[in-house]
Design a protein around this ligand. Structure first.
Ligand code: FAD
Ligand code: SF4
Length: 508
């Protein structure tokens, strides 16, 4: 059963076995697995519930306002600031993501085993959890007929230079390549949790209260007892009713920004002082190639290929179709002249980005007016990696025949030949000159065995509070260098199995 602000008519005071906060990659998975294990489970989700039919619109701005937190206008402050986007709707960020799915790389799992004291996270032991998720969300290679022209151009350039390119694995069944993944899939082809785990959860008897912002975890001594929240009308922002849930186990899955914010406001005891710290972002550098040939990026799937040649250096590259209003933000121009220019060049542009496996970190703070505030300090090593990623992507575009490449640097907007790539190094650019964005926030409640160095134990339970778990992107001890949803979902499955096996101890 799904309750919304429209059909809730009084304050809510409910009891259940497990209360899950958030319905994205982590929350939907934990909730479905535990409901199917026979426990009574309630999900509280701050966003609204939309269906596949609701996504049959071309009004990008309206979709972004409805589906993203603060209309996707959030920032991690630093030098440079990093634009960040979080989903806020049933399905969380999986409803609006690209659907790319890669298992946690072995090099990362080894780092977690050896350096972070998580010996159980071997590829062999994780295999069962990856397979279970992959089966559920239909992880499969992009079909040749769904690949789009901008991705073919990326592949053409990379292969000319001898760089390794991989067809992407995506969570999809019968994707027809409409390229609207980031504003909600209008066919149901993308296998977000909205169309996979959530229906299975409801079938198993689960309950969701939407438009419910959880304000506090109820902690007394070393035990969690549920949460308190509020039902908010998403249009008027009016607070309508109070929510109190009493649960034996509470699982927080609000994402790597909102989860530490909620736990900090709930005064979670934390010996490590790491709650909210260790924020990693996979910073993305946007680079645009302008081609003489027409490029219809909107025909075909989002990111059909990734260039993985530089994965060991912590760089992967792909191209992404961007609607006109969003692509225009990437140019250093404005006014009526720019509008004319956009009309001329839009169907000749390839917009790509490089994802950096970061070693920098940031922090989530509690700001006034019930707001989380993120800060991030880009270190020199990651800045150098970003410069190299921009240079490599420019090289690929020129090899594919680009006439101009637009760069994400304030003092150096544009280069016109492959030889000019050296300017990226000659200009003595500083981090503050760089434009960065991210959709992969991680690490703010990191997992570990040592309570002095980590917030949660290897199964996601808070070291100092029994019955309180975290199962979302915040549990990562380090950055992972690939799209994170499959790692989040596999770890959430593992956490759910652990809770189900040990549930009896929470009933005493
Ligand atoms: C545009 C975009 C494209 C992406 N593309 C990819 C991709 O192709 N592949 C990939 O692997 N990853 C991708 N990602 C990232 C991926 O979707 C996220 O890393 C993942 O969904 C995070 O899972 P999560 O459970 O941590 O949080 P989310 O999936 O974001 O879910 C958190 C949920 O918790 C809710 N919530 C938060 N706080 C509260 C509260 N206090 N009370 C109640 N509810 C609350 C939120 O409303 C939200 O619905 C993309 C993300 C975006 C935004
Ligand atoms: S490209 Fe495929 S997955 Fe993406 S919105 Fe279109 S049909 Fe859905």
């Amino acid at each position: 059963m799904i309750y919304t602000h429209q059909n809730i008519t009084k304050n809510i005071d409910e009891s259940c076995d497990v209360c899950v906060v958030g319905s994205g990659a982590g929350g939907a998975v934990v909730a479905k697995e535990l409901a199917e294990a026979g426990l009574s489970v309630i999900i509280l989700e701050e966003g609204s519930h939309y269906t596949t039919e609701d996504f049959r619109t071309t009004d990008t701005i309206d979709s972004i306002i409805k589906l993203y937190r603060d209309g996707a206008s959030t920032v991690a402050f630093g030098k440079p600031n990093v634009m960040l986007a979080e989903g806020r709707c049933v399905g969380g960020s999986t409803t609006i993501n690209g659907g790319m799915c890669w298992r946690t790389p072995e090099k990362i799992l080894k780092r977690w085993q050896w350096e972070k004291g998580l010996p159980d996270l071997t590829p062999k032991k994780m295999d069962f959890f990856f397979e279970r998720v992959e089966e559920m969300i239909g992880v499969s290679p992009v079909l040749p007929e769904a690949r789009n022209q901008d991705a073919e151009i990326l592949k053409r350039g990379a292969e000319k230079l001898g760089y390794r390119v991989k067809a992407n694995l995506r969570a999809s069944r019968a994707c027809v390549g409409t390229n609207q993944c980031v504003t909600g899939c209008p066919t149901g082809g993308k296998q977000s949790t909205l169309v996979t785990y959530i229906p299975a959860f409801l079938k198993a008897g689960g309950i969701i209260f939407t438009n419910c912002r959880v304000k506090k975890v109820r902690i007394s001594g070393s035990r969690a007892h549920g949460v308190k929240g509020i039902i908010i009308d998403p249009t008027t922002k009016q607070k309508k009713f109070k929510v109190k849930i009493r649960s034996k186990v509470t699982v927080i899955c609000g994402g790597a920004i909102q989860t530490p914010f909620l736990l900090k406001r709930s005064h979670l005891p934390d010996d490590s002082k790491m709650l909210g710290r260790n924020l990693m972002l996979h910073p993305n550098t946007k680079v645009i190639g302008l081609f003489d040939e027409p490029v219809y990026g909107w025909k075909g799937v989002n990111q059909a290929y990734q260039v993985t040649e530089f994965f060991d250096e912590g760089i992967i590259m792909g191209v992404n179709f961007l609607p006109p209003g969003i692509l225009s933000l990437a140019f250093p121009f404005y006014g009526p002249g720019f509008l004319e220019m956009m009309k001329e060049i839009y169907n000749h542009c390839v917009a790509g980005a490089a994802l950096i496996e970061d070693t920098s970190s940031g922090q989530v703070h509690c700001a006034p007016f019930d707001q989380a505030l993120a800060t991030y300090r880009l270190n020199q090593a990651d800045f150098n990696k970003a410069l190299r990623a921009v240079a490599l992507l420019s090289e690929i575009y020129f090899a594919a025949g680009a006439r101009t490449v637009f760069l994400p640097f304030a003092p150096l907007h544009q280069i016109n030949t492959i030889d000019e790539i050296r300017k990226i190094y000659e200009y003595k650019l500083k981090p503050v000159d760089l434009e960065l964005m991210t959709v992969h926030m991680m690490g703010t409640c990191q997992m570990g065995t040592n309570p002095q160095k980590s917030v949660i134990n290897p199964y996601g339970e808070c070291h100092r509070v029994k019955g309180l778990y975290v199962a979302d992107a915040s549990v990562f001890p380090t950055s992972i260098g690939v799209n994170p949803q499959l790692t989040i979902m596999a770890l959430a499955t593992r956490t759910a199995f652990h809770i189900a096996e040990n549930f009896a101890k929470y009933t005493q």
